[in-house]
Design a binder for this molecule. Structure first.
Ligand SMILES: Cc1cc2nc3c(=O)[nH]c(=O)nc-3n(C[C@H](O)[C@H](O)[C@H](O)COP(=O)(O)O)c2cc1C
Ligand code: SF4
Length: 450
Protein backbone atom coordinates (compact mmCIF):
# COMPACT_ATOMS: atom_id res chain seq x y z
CA UNK A 1 0.00 0.00 0.00
CA UNK A 2 1.34 3.46 -0.89
CA UNK A 3 2.47 5.54 2.08
CA UNK A 4 0.16 8.36 3.02
CA UNK A 5 3.12 10.50 4.20
CA UNK A 6 4.24 13.46 2.06
CA UNK A 7 7.82 13.89 0.84
CA UNK A 8 8.83 15.40 4.19
CA UNK A 9 7.41 12.39 6.04
CA UNK A 10 4.44 14.34 7.34
CA UNK A 11 1.07 12.59 7.62
CA UNK A 12 -1.41 15.00 5.99
CA UNK A 13 -4.76 16.12 7.33
CA UNK A 14 -7.83 15.10 5.29
CA UNK A 15 -10.60 17.64 5.59
CA UNK A 16 -13.97 16.06 4.99
CA UNK A 17 -15.85 16.44 8.28
CA UNK A 18 -13.78 19.49 9.13
CA UNK A 19 -13.95 21.18 5.72
CA UNK A 20 -16.05 24.05 7.05
CA UNK A 21 -14.11 24.62 10.28
CA UNK A 22 -12.73 28.14 10.07
CA UNK A 23 -15.23 29.29 7.42
CA UNK A 24 -16.88 32.54 8.49
CA UNK A 25 -20.39 31.97 9.93
CA UNK A 26 -20.15 28.27 9.00
CA UNK A 27 -22.98 27.42 11.42
CA UNK A 28 -25.60 29.48 9.59
CA UNK A 29 -27.90 27.89 7.02
CA UNK A 30 -26.95 30.49 4.40
CA UNK A 31 -23.24 29.68 4.53
CA UNK A 32 -23.78 25.95 5.07
CA UNK A 33 -26.05 25.70 2.00
CA UNK A 34 -23.49 27.60 -0.07
CA UNK A 35 -21.03 24.88 0.94
CA UNK A 36 -23.35 22.05 -0.07
CA UNK A 37 -25.38 21.35 3.08
CA UNK A 38 -28.53 19.28 2.59
CA UNK A 39 -27.79 18.30 -1.04
CA UNK A 40 -26.96 14.81 0.22
CA UNK A 41 -30.22 14.69 2.18
CA UNK A 42 -32.01 15.63 -1.04
CA UNK A 43 -30.20 12.78 -2.80
CA UNK A 44 -30.97 10.36 0.04
CA UNK A 45 -34.68 11.18 -0.04
CA UNK A 46 -34.78 9.87 -3.61
CA UNK A 47 -33.19 6.57 -2.55
CA UNK A 48 -34.93 3.57 -1.00
CA UNK A 49 -34.26 3.51 2.78
CA UNK A 50 -32.84 -0.03 2.54
CA UNK A 51 -30.34 1.14 -0.10
CA UNK A 52 -29.08 3.86 2.24
CA UNK A 53 -28.52 1.29 4.98
CA UNK A 54 -26.66 -0.90 2.46
CA UNK A 55 -24.46 2.04 1.46
CA UNK A 56 -23.62 2.70 5.13
CA UNK A 57 -22.84 -1.01 5.59
CA UNK A 58 -20.56 -0.92 2.53
CA UNK A 59 -18.71 2.08 4.00
CA UNK A 60 -17.81 -0.04 7.05
CA UNK A 61 -18.08 3.13 9.16
CA UNK A 62 -17.74 2.22 12.84
CA UNK A 63 -19.22 4.19 15.75
CA UNK A 64 -17.09 7.13 16.84
CA UNK A 65 -18.46 7.23 20.42
CA UNK A 66 -15.85 4.79 21.72
CA UNK A 67 -17.03 1.23 21.12
CA UNK A 68 -16.56 1.12 17.33
CA UNK A 69 -19.70 -0.86 16.52
CA UNK A 70 -20.47 -1.01 12.74
CA UNK A 71 -23.10 1.69 12.13
CA UNK A 72 -24.87 0.08 9.16
CA UNK A 73 -25.29 -3.15 11.13
CA UNK A 74 -26.83 -1.21 14.03
CA UNK A 75 -29.28 0.53 11.69
CA UNK A 76 -30.27 -2.86 10.31
CA UNK A 77 -31.44 -3.96 13.80
CA UNK A 78 -34.35 -1.48 13.85
CA UNK A 79 -37.52 -3.54 13.35
CA UNK A 80 -39.28 -2.38 10.19
CA UNK A 81 -42.55 -4.13 11.11
CA UNK A 82 -43.01 -2.31 14.46
CA UNK A 83 -45.89 0.20 14.48
CA UNK A 84 -44.50 2.05 17.51
CA UNK A 85 -42.96 5.47 16.98
CA UNK A 86 -39.21 5.20 16.38
CA UNK A 87 -36.58 7.62 17.56
CA UNK A 88 -33.06 8.77 16.93
CA UNK A 89 -31.12 9.84 20.00
CA UNK A 90 -27.91 11.57 19.01
CA UNK A 91 -25.28 11.06 21.68
CA UNK A 92 -23.83 14.55 22.06
CA UNK A 93 -22.96 14.12 25.72
CA UNK A 94 -19.21 14.02 25.00
CA UNK A 95 -18.57 13.18 28.63
CA UNK A 96 -15.28 11.30 28.19
CA UNK A 97 -12.37 13.17 29.83
CA UNK A 98 -9.96 14.74 27.36
CA UNK A 99 -12.52 14.51 24.57
CA UNK A 100 -13.72 17.60 22.72
CA UNK A 101 -14.11 16.54 19.09
CA UNK A 102 -17.92 16.48 18.84
CA UNK A 103 -17.99 20.01 20.19
CA UNK A 104 -16.17 21.23 17.04
CA UNK A 105 -18.84 19.66 14.83
CA UNK A 106 -21.75 21.00 16.86
CA UNK A 107 -20.37 24.52 17.14
CA UNK A 108 -18.87 24.87 13.68
CA UNK A 109 -21.07 22.69 11.46
CA UNK A 110 -24.43 22.00 13.16
CA UNK A 111 -26.17 21.70 9.79
CA UNK A 112 -23.85 18.83 8.82
CA UNK A 113 -24.78 17.10 12.10
CA UNK A 114 -28.49 17.70 11.45
CA UNK A 115 -28.20 16.48 7.85
CA UNK A 116 -26.57 13.25 9.08
CA UNK A 117 -29.37 12.81 11.61
CA UNK A 118 -32.07 13.35 8.99
CA UNK A 119 -30.54 10.84 6.56
CA UNK A 120 -30.33 8.29 9.40
CA UNK A 121 -33.93 9.02 10.43
CA UNK A 122 -35.19 8.61 6.86
CA UNK A 123 -33.22 5.39 6.32
CA UNK A 124 -34.39 3.77 9.57
CA UNK A 125 -37.98 5.10 9.56
CA UNK A 126 -37.54 7.36 12.63
CA UNK A 127 -39.92 10.24 13.25
CA UNK A 128 -38.18 12.24 15.99
CA UNK A 129 -34.59 13.23 16.65
CA UNK A 130 -33.44 14.00 20.19
CA UNK A 131 -29.99 15.52 20.46
CA UNK A 132 -28.71 14.90 23.98
CA UNK A 133 -26.05 17.58 24.59
CA UNK A 134 -23.99 17.83 27.74
CA UNK A 135 -24.91 20.70 30.05
CA UNK A 136 -21.39 22.13 29.92
CA UNK A 137 -21.71 22.87 26.18
CA UNK A 138 -24.00 25.94 26.02
CA UNK A 139 -22.59 27.07 22.68
CA UNK A 140 -23.22 23.67 21.10
CA UNK A 141 -26.79 23.76 22.40
CA UNK A 142 -27.32 27.25 21.04
CA UNK A 143 -25.87 26.44 17.61
CA UNK A 144 -27.91 23.24 17.32
CA UNK A 145 -31.14 24.96 18.33
CA UNK A 146 -30.31 27.72 15.83
CA UNK A 147 -29.75 25.14 13.08
CA UNK A 148 -33.01 23.35 13.93
CA UNK A 149 -34.99 26.58 13.79
CA UNK A 150 -33.42 27.62 10.49
CA UNK A 151 -34.01 24.16 9.02
CA UNK A 152 -37.62 24.14 10.19
CA UNK A 153 -38.29 27.53 8.59
CA UNK A 154 -36.66 26.36 5.36
CA UNK A 155 -38.84 23.21 5.16
CA UNK A 156 -35.88 20.92 5.85
CA UNK A 157 -37.49 19.70 9.07
CA UNK A 158 -41.17 19.18 9.82
CA UNK A 159 -44.20 17.55 8.22
CA UNK A 160 -42.64 17.39 4.77
CA UNK A 161 -38.86 17.21 4.79
CA UNK A 162 -37.64 19.02 1.65
CA UNK A 163 -41.06 18.58 0.04
CA UNK A 164 -41.07 14.80 0.46
CA UNK A 165 -43.59 12.67 2.33
CA UNK A 166 -41.04 12.05 5.10
CA UNK A 167 -41.94 13.85 8.35
CA UNK A 168 -39.39 14.45 11.08
CA UNK A 169 -38.89 16.76 14.05
CA UNK A 170 -35.74 17.50 16.06
CA UNK A 171 -35.14 18.73 19.62
CA UNK A 172 -32.12 19.49 21.77
CA UNK A 173 -32.17 17.94 25.24
CA UNK A 174 -29.68 19.29 27.76
CA UNK A 175 -27.83 17.00 30.20
CA UNK A 176 -26.71 18.06 33.65
CA UNK A 177 -23.06 17.07 33.70
CA UNK A 178 -23.05 13.35 34.58
CA UNK A 179 -20.44 11.14 32.86
CA UNK A 180 -22.82 8.19 33.03
CA UNK A 181 -25.38 10.00 30.85
CA UNK A 182 -23.00 9.44 27.93
CA UNK A 183 -23.58 5.70 28.30
CA UNK A 184 -26.39 5.06 25.86
CA UNK A 185 -29.00 3.60 28.21
CA UNK A 186 -28.14 6.00 31.05
CA UNK A 187 -28.75 8.71 28.47
CA UNK A 188 -32.16 7.24 27.58
CA UNK A 189 -33.20 7.21 31.25
CA UNK A 190 -32.09 10.83 31.60
CA UNK A 191 -33.97 11.77 28.42
CA UNK A 192 -37.09 10.23 29.94
CA UNK A 193 -36.67 12.49 32.98
CA UNK A 194 -35.23 9.87 35.33
CA UNK A 195 -31.86 9.36 37.01
CA UNK A 196 -29.17 8.37 34.51
CA UNK A 197 -29.02 4.74 35.60
CA UNK A 198 -27.89 2.42 32.77
CA UNK A 199 -30.24 -0.41 31.82
CA UNK A 200 -29.46 -4.09 31.58
CA UNK A 201 -29.12 -5.16 27.93
CA UNK A 202 -30.83 -6.90 26.17
CA UNK A 203 -33.23 -5.52 25.16
CA UNK A 204 -31.00 -3.29 23.06
CA UNK A 205 -32.15 0.24 22.25
CA UNK A 206 -32.71 -0.57 18.56
CA UNK A 207 -35.62 -2.75 19.72
CA UNK A 208 -36.63 -1.10 23.01
CA UNK A 209 -35.03 2.28 23.58
CA UNK A 210 -36.46 5.73 24.35
CA UNK A 211 -39.95 5.52 25.88
CA UNK A 212 -39.97 1.76 25.21
CA UNK A 213 -39.77 2.28 21.44
CA UNK A 214 -37.16 1.29 18.82
CA UNK A 215 -34.33 3.81 18.97
CA UNK A 216 -31.12 4.35 17.06
CA UNK A 217 -28.34 5.81 19.18
CA UNK A 218 -25.27 7.19 17.48
CA UNK A 219 -22.46 9.53 18.28
CA UNK A 220 -22.30 13.02 16.69
CA UNK A 221 -19.20 12.29 14.61
CA UNK A 222 -20.61 8.96 13.41
CA UNK A 223 -23.66 10.62 11.87
CA UNK A 224 -21.67 13.57 10.54
CA UNK A 225 -19.92 11.03 8.26
CA UNK A 226 -23.20 9.95 6.65
CA UNK A 227 -23.75 12.85 4.18
CA UNK A 228 -20.36 12.28 2.52
CA UNK A 229 -21.05 8.53 2.34
CA UNK A 230 -24.27 9.30 0.46
CA UNK A 231 -22.46 11.80 -1.77
CA UNK A 232 -19.51 9.59 -2.73
CA UNK A 233 -20.74 6.07 -2.02
CA UNK A 234 -19.93 3.58 0.70
CA UNK A 235 -17.02 2.09 -1.24
CA UNK A 236 -15.27 5.48 -1.46
CA UNK A 237 -15.37 5.70 2.34
CA UNK A 238 -14.33 2.06 2.80
CA UNK A 239 -11.29 2.58 0.57
CA UNK A 240 -9.92 5.21 2.98
CA UNK A 241 -8.08 4.36 6.18
CA UNK A 242 -7.02 0.90 7.32
CA UNK A 243 -8.40 -2.15 5.51
CA UNK A 244 -9.77 -5.25 7.33
CA UNK A 245 -7.41 -8.18 7.85
CA UNK A 246 -8.71 -11.03 5.63
CA UNK A 247 -7.07 -13.57 7.95
CA UNK A 248 -8.70 -12.20 11.09
CA UNK A 249 -12.50 -11.74 11.08
CA UNK A 250 -12.27 -9.66 14.27
CA UNK A 251 -10.00 -7.10 12.62
CA UNK A 252 -12.74 -5.20 10.80
CA UNK A 253 -10.47 -2.33 9.78
CA UNK A 254 -10.91 1.38 10.34
CA UNK A 255 -12.46 2.98 7.29
CA UNK A 256 -12.70 6.66 6.49
CA UNK A 257 -11.39 9.62 8.40
CA UNK A 258 -11.46 10.40 12.11
CA UNK A 259 -11.31 13.51 14.22
CA UNK A 260 -8.32 12.98 16.51
CA UNK A 261 -7.23 15.16 19.38
CA UNK A 262 -4.51 15.85 21.90
CA UNK A 263 -4.67 17.28 25.39
CA UNK A 264 -2.67 17.18 28.61
CA UNK A 265 1.07 17.90 28.72
CA UNK A 266 1.29 18.77 25.04
CA UNK A 267 2.66 21.91 23.41
CA UNK A 268 -0.16 22.28 20.88
CA UNK A 269 -3.41 20.70 22.00
CA UNK A 270 -6.20 20.49 19.44
CA UNK A 271 -8.38 18.46 17.10
CA UNK A 272 -7.45 17.46 13.53
CA UNK A 273 -8.99 15.15 10.93
CA UNK A 274 -6.96 12.33 9.40
CA UNK A 275 -7.49 9.20 7.42
CA UNK A 276 -7.00 6.36 9.89
CA UNK A 277 -3.37 5.24 9.96
CA UNK A 278 -1.39 8.16 11.41
CA UNK A 279 0.68 6.80 14.27
CA UNK A 280 0.26 8.09 17.79
CA UNK A 281 3.86 9.32 17.68
CA UNK A 282 3.24 11.25 14.45
CA UNK A 283 0.13 12.81 15.94
CA UNK A 284 2.06 13.90 19.04
CA UNK A 285 5.22 15.06 17.29
CA UNK A 286 3.93 16.46 14.00
CA UNK A 287 0.70 18.05 15.20
CA UNK A 288 1.07 18.37 18.99
CA UNK A 289 4.74 19.48 18.63
CA UNK A 290 5.79 17.23 21.50
CA UNK A 291 5.50 17.54 25.26
CA UNK A 292 5.21 20.87 27.04
CA UNK A 293 8.30 22.92 27.92
CA UNK A 294 10.66 20.62 26.03
CA UNK A 295 10.01 17.74 28.43
CA UNK A 296 9.73 14.10 27.33
CA UNK A 297 6.49 12.20 26.81
CA UNK A 298 6.18 9.53 29.47
CA UNK A 299 2.75 7.97 28.93
CA UNK A 300 -0.27 8.41 26.68
CA UNK A 301 -3.85 7.21 26.89
CA UNK A 302 -4.86 7.09 23.20
CA UNK A 303 -8.58 7.80 23.44
CA UNK A 304 -10.04 9.65 26.39
CA UNK A 305 -9.34 8.26 29.84
CA UNK A 306 -11.00 4.85 29.56
CA UNK A 307 -8.28 2.92 27.72
CA UNK A 308 -5.04 1.25 28.82
CA UNK A 309 -1.99 3.52 28.85
CA UNK A 310 0.89 3.29 26.40
CA UNK A 311 4.48 4.15 27.32
CA UNK A 312 6.79 6.40 25.29
CA UNK A 313 8.24 3.27 23.62
CA UNK A 314 4.84 2.14 22.37
CA UNK A 315 3.77 5.15 20.31
CA UNK A 316 4.60 3.86 16.81
CA UNK A 317 1.18 2.31 16.57
CA UNK A 318 -1.37 3.40 13.93
CA UNK A 319 -4.41 5.19 15.30
CA UNK A 320 -6.98 2.56 14.33
CA UNK A 321 -9.45 0.30 16.11
CA UNK A 322 -7.64 -3.03 15.61
CA UNK A 323 -4.04 -1.81 15.73
CA UNK A 324 -4.49 -0.27 19.18
CA UNK A 325 -6.23 -3.38 20.52
CA UNK A 326 -3.30 -5.44 19.22
CA UNK A 327 -0.89 -3.47 21.45
CA UNK A 328 -3.17 -3.88 24.48
CA UNK A 329 -4.99 -0.56 24.37
CA UNK A 330 -7.88 0.83 22.31
CA UNK A 331 -8.86 3.76 20.10
CA UNK A 332 -11.66 4.95 22.41
CA UNK A 333 -12.53 8.48 21.33
CA UNK A 334 -9.16 8.96 19.52
CA UNK A 335 -8.44 12.03 21.62
CA UNK A 336 -5.19 11.22 23.39
CA UNK A 337 -4.21 12.43 26.86
CA UNK A 338 -0.46 13.00 27.04
CA UNK A 339 1.55 12.80 30.27
CA UNK A 340 5.11 14.12 30.43
CA UNK A 341 8.02 12.87 32.53
CA UNK A 342 7.16 15.16 35.43
CA UNK A 343 3.94 13.22 36.10
CA UNK A 344 3.67 11.15 39.25
CA UNK A 345 1.82 8.01 38.10
CA UNK A 346 0.52 7.22 41.59
CA UNK A 347 -1.10 10.64 41.68
CA UNK A 348 -2.46 10.03 38.17
CA UNK A 349 -4.08 6.79 39.40
CA UNK A 350 -5.54 8.46 42.47
CA UNK A 351 -7.02 11.10 40.22
CA UNK A 352 -8.46 8.55 37.75
CA UNK A 353 -9.96 6.43 40.57
CA UNK A 354 -11.48 9.56 42.11
CA UNK A 355 -13.15 10.45 38.82
CA UNK A 356 -14.74 7.02 38.35
CA UNK A 357 -15.76 6.73 42.01
CA UNK A 358 -17.42 10.11 41.76
CA UNK A 359 -19.21 9.29 38.49
CA UNK A 360 -20.37 5.74 39.35
CA UNK A 361 -24.17 5.72 39.36
CA UNK A 362 -24.09 3.28 42.28
CA UNK A 363 -26.33 0.52 40.93
CA UNK A 364 -23.66 -2.23 40.91
CA UNK A 365 -21.73 -3.13 44.06
CA UNK A 366 -18.39 -3.89 42.32
CA UNK A 367 -18.42 -0.44 40.70
CA UNK A 368 -19.90 1.57 43.58
CA UNK A 369 -17.68 0.07 46.29
CA UNK A 370 -14.72 -0.98 44.15
CA UNK A 371 -14.00 2.46 42.69
CA UNK A 372 -13.97 3.99 46.19
CA UNK A 373 -11.68 1.24 47.52
CA UNK A 374 -9.30 1.78 44.64
CA UNK A 375 -9.22 5.50 45.34
CA UNK A 376 -8.49 4.85 49.04
CA UNK A 377 -5.67 2.40 48.25
CA UNK A 378 -4.02 4.85 45.85
CA UNK A 379 -4.31 7.59 48.48
CA UNK A 380 -2.66 5.27 51.01
CA UNK A 381 0.24 4.55 48.65
CA UNK A 382 0.58 8.23 47.81
CA UNK A 383 0.68 9.03 51.53
CA UNK A 384 3.69 6.69 51.97
CA UNK A 385 1.71 4.05 53.86
CA UNK A 386 1.31 1.47 51.12
CA UNK A 387 2.89 -1.98 50.88
CA UNK A 388 3.42 -4.30 47.87
CA UNK A 389 0.39 -6.26 49.11
CA UNK A 390 -1.71 -3.23 48.09
CA UNK A 391 -0.74 -3.78 44.46
CA UNK A 392 -1.88 -7.42 44.69
CA UNK A 393 -5.07 -6.27 46.36
CA UNK A 394 -5.68 -3.84 43.50
CA UNK A 395 -5.14 -6.61 40.94
CA UNK A 396 -7.74 -8.74 42.75
CA UNK A 397 -10.12 -5.81 42.82
CA UNK A 398 -9.71 -5.34 39.06
CA UNK A 399 -10.64 -8.99 38.49
CA UNK A 400 -13.71 -8.64 40.69
CA UNK A 401 -14.89 -5.49 38.92
CA UNK A 402 -14.19 -6.09 35.22
CA UNK A 403 -17.07 -7.59 33.28
CA UNK A 404 -19.29 -7.90 36.36
CA UNK A 405 -21.39 -4.78 36.09
CA UNK A 406 -24.38 -3.43 34.18
CA UNK A 407 -22.42 -0.98 32.06
CA UNK A 408 -18.83 -0.45 30.95
CA UNK A 409 -18.04 2.45 33.31
CA UNK A 410 -16.45 0.05 35.77
CA UNK A 411 -14.35 -1.62 33.03
CA UNK A 412 -13.36 1.86 31.91
CA UNK A 413 -12.01 2.52 35.41
CA UNK A 414 -10.04 -0.73 35.54
CA UNK A 415 -8.29 -0.49 32.14
CA UNK A 416 -6.13 2.63 32.63
CA UNK A 417 -5.41 1.84 36.29
CA UNK A 418 -4.33 -1.75 35.73
CA UNK A 419 -2.07 -0.80 32.83
CA UNK A 420 -0.43 2.05 34.77
CA UNK A 421 0.34 -0.22 37.72
CA UNK A 422 1.83 -2.88 35.45
CA UNK A 423 3.89 -0.47 33.36
CA UNK A 424 5.01 1.89 36.14
CA UNK A 425 5.13 -0.51 39.11
CA UNK A 426 8.48 0.88 40.23
CA UNK A 427 6.87 4.28 40.89
CA UNK A 428 4.38 2.67 43.26
CA UNK A 429 7.08 0.66 45.03
CA UNK A 430 9.25 3.77 45.32
CA UNK A 431 6.62 5.28 47.64
CA UNK A 432 6.54 2.22 49.90
CA UNK A 433 8.85 2.21 52.93
CA UNK A 434 11.69 -0.29 52.36
CA UNK A 435 11.08 -0.60 48.59
CA UNK A 436 12.33 2.80 47.42
CA UNK A 437 15.12 1.30 45.29
CA UNK A 438 12.92 -1.00 43.22
CA UNK A 439 14.28 -1.15 39.64
CA UNK A 440 12.29 0.51 36.86
CA UNK A 441 10.25 -2.14 35.13
CA UNK A 442 7.98 -2.14 32.16
CA UNK A 443 5.28 -4.85 32.15
CA UNK A 444 4.82 -6.71 35.48
CA UNK A 445 2.00 -9.21 35.35
CA UNK A 446 0.86 -9.04 38.97
CA UNK A 447 -1.80 -11.28 40.46
CA UNK A 448 -4.37 -12.76 38.13
CA UNK A 449 -3.04 -11.16 34.98
CA UNK A 450 -5.56 -11.37 32.17
C1 LIG B 1 -19.48 5.37 30.84
C2 LIG B 1 -19.71 5.59 29.38
C3 LIG B 1 -19.75 6.88 28.87
C4 LIG B 1 -19.97 7.08 27.51
N1 LIG B 1 -19.99 8.36 27.03
C5 LIG B 1 -20.24 8.58 25.71
C6 LIG B 1 -20.30 9.91 25.20
O1 LIG B 1 -20.14 10.89 25.94
N2 LIG B 1 -20.57 10.06 23.87
C7 LIG B 1 -20.76 8.98 23.03
O2 LIG B 1 -21.03 9.18 21.85
N3 LIG B 1 -20.70 7.72 23.50
C8 LIG B 1 -20.45 7.50 24.80
N4 LIG B 1 -20.44 6.21 25.28
C9 LIG B 1 -20.72 5.12 24.32
C10 LIG B 1 -22.23 4.95 24.15
O3 LIG B 1 -22.72 4.10 25.18
C11 LIG B 1 -22.60 4.32 22.80
O4 LIG B 1 -21.78 3.21 22.56
C12 LIG B 1 -22.45 5.30 21.62
O5 LIG B 1 -23.15 6.48 21.83
C13 LIG B 1 -22.99 4.63 20.35
O6 LIG B 1 -22.79 5.46 19.25
P1 LIG B 1 -21.77 5.06 18.07
O7 LIG B 1 -22.09 3.65 17.70
O8 LIG B 1 -22.06 6.03 16.99
O9 LIG B 1 -20.39 5.20 18.64
C14 LIG B 1 -20.18 5.97 26.65
C15 LIG B 1 -20.14 4.67 27.17
C16 LIG B 1 -19.89 4.48 28.52
C17 LIG B 1 -19.84 3.09 29.03
S1 SF4 C 1 -21.09 -0.14 36.26
FE1 SF4 C 1 -21.14 1.60 37.65
S2 SF4 C 1 -21.97 3.26 36.44
FE2 SF4 C 1 -22.44 1.35 35.31
S3 SF4 C 1 -24.47 0.78 36.02
FE3 SF4 C 1 -23.03 -0.22 37.39
S4 SF4 C 1 -22.76 1.19 39.11
FE4 SF4 C 1 -23.70 2.33 37.44
Amino acid sequence: MASKRDKDGRYPETKILSKNFGVKDSWTLKVAKKNGAYKNLEKALKMAPADIIEEVKTSRVRGRGGAGFPTGVKWGFVPTESDKPKYLVLNADESEPGTFKDRYLMELDPHLVLEGCLICAYACGLSTIYIYVRGEYPKSQERLWGAIEEARKAGILGKSVMGSDFACEAYVHTGAGAYICGEETGMLESLEGKRGHPRIKPPFPAVEGAFGCPTVINNVETLAHVPCIIENGGQWFADMGIQPDPDNPRAMGSSGTKLMGLSGDIKTPGVWEFEFGITLRELIEQYGEGALDGRKVKAVIPGGLSMPVLTADELDVPMGFDALVKVGSGLGTATAIVMDDSRDMVEVCENIAHFFADESCGQCTPCREGCHWMEKIFARIQGGEGTPADLDLLERLFINIEGRTICALADAAVWPLRSIIRKFRHEFLAKMPGHEDAPASTETAGVGAS
